[in-house]
Design a protein around this ligand. Structure first.
Ligand code: SF4
Ligand code: SF4
Ligand code: SF4
Length: 197
């Protein structure tokens, strides 16, 4: 389990009792901390060895164009990726079938594909720094049921259950924007995971 998703021992009530007046200062400071950025998450079906995928993908963008959920985007080198900001992936594999070069390959068990891991940034998450948000939890309940909430309604991601679909990122109400000094971001992001290639 990554440090980002580890449960804490203290409840919010305990935390406030212990740290009292420091809480407000902590929240103010956290606004200045940029969201961790992770390497790009590749589309479903990118199961070739990384070098082979890069050699096979010609950046045509057909996978991006056919996705019914607008889940895929292209980077500045035209390489497709998934980040949950524009949409999320339901593993329909339409993009795989649309790929004309063989860069994307149909996995043996498409619905068991693990794309990435969702990681919650507790410095940005509304439920962690204040209270009142559980959009990601309510969305994931209908999908992988990978997010649990504690008695103070703070979310945790189960790394075994999460398939990296990006739906939690998509519904997270924190804005994703780049300011002059730093990049703030959604409170949950997709982290690429090593694949058995
Ligand atoms: S599997 Fe379907 S939903 Fe997921 S990126 Fe491909 S086309 Fe989009
Ligand atoms: S936590 Fe749930 S909604 Fe978020 S990426 Fe994982 S499976 Fe998808
Ligand atoms: S939707 Fe975003 S802000 Fe709301 S609880 Fe989930 S990660 Fe936190």
């Amino acid at each position: 389990m990554s440090d980002h998703n580890k449960p804490l021992q203290l409840s919010r009530r305990d935390f406030l009792r212990v740290f009292g007046g420091l809480a407000a200062g902590g929240v103010a400071a956290s606004i200045l901390i940029p969201q961790p950025r992770f390497p790009r998450v590749l589309p479903p079906g990118a199961i070739l060895p990384a070098e082979s995928f890069r050699a096979a993908c010609n950046g045509c963008g057909k996978c991006v164009a056919v996705c019914p959920h607008n889940a895929l985007r292209q980077n500045m080198f035209a390489a497709p990726y998934l980040d949950g900001l524009s949409g999320w992936c339901d593993l329909c594999m339409i993009c795989v079938h649309a790929c004309p070069t063989g860069a994307l390959v149909l996995p043996a068990e498409p619905l068991k594909t693990k794309l990435a891991l969702a990681v919650i940034d507790r410095n940005q998450c509304i439920a962690w720094v204040a209270t009142g948000c559980r959009f990601c939890y309510e969305k994931c309940v209908t999908l992988q049921n990978a997010i649990t909430i504690d008695e103070d309604y703070r979310p945790y991601v189960d790394e075994q259950l999460c398939n990296g679909c990006g739906a939690c990122v998509n519904v997270c109400p924190r804005p994703d924007k780049v300011t002059r000094d730093l990049r703030t971001g959604k409170a949950v992001a997709l982290k690429a995971i090593p694949h058995d290639r």
